[in-house]
Design a protein. Structure first.
Length: 154
């Protein structure tokens, strides 16, 4: 499972540098980082343990939250979405966005993970709304729905 963290009071460039520095000092791997659709905010993607335990400081996600809070970037939002494996072909990103929006979701950010293999990419969508206790199941269903529709493009 991955979590997108949004927190950033300065300019986009300053926020990226502060986030990268803080997470590097805390020895946290950044899976992906990009500006939010709402500048100057920045989204950073880090893995977390499943099931999630907020008090588990061995969890990279909890350490990331602590590191960002320590440098004055207390996260404003946290979004959870399993990365979607999609073909690296025209219309793939549009198709994925169309499916998510048709399910009633608002996309706030898109992070492409560098772990692409072959002619595929992994993409994490930051969706508006609160993460509820049953979000993991919903995220997995959304992932499956998007990937099934993307299978029609290949």
């Amino acid at each position: 499972m991955h979590q997108q963290i949004k927190a950033s009071p300065e300019t986009t460039a300053e926020n990226i540098r502060t986030i990268v520095d803080a997470l590097a000092a805390a020895e946290i791997n950044i899976e992906a980082i990009a500006p939010d659709f709402d500048p100057p905010h920045v989204r950073v993607l880090v893995k977390h343990n499943h099931p999630y335990k907020p008090d588990d400081m061995d969890d990279a996600f909890n350490r990331a939250l602590a590191a960002l809070t320590e440098v004055g970037l207390e996260p404003q939002t946290v979004r959870s979405m399993e990365p979607v494996r999609m073909p690296n072909v025209p219309r793939a990103l549009k198709t994925a966005m169309d499916v998510l929006e048709s399910q009633g979701h608002t996309i706030e950010s898109i992070l492409v993970l560098p772990a692409a293999q072959g002619n595929q990419a992994l993409v994490s969508f930051g969706l508006a709304g609160e993460v509820t206790d049953d979000w993991q199941a919903e995220a997995e269903q959304l992932q499956a729905t998007v990937e099934a529709e993307l299978g029609n493009l290949q």
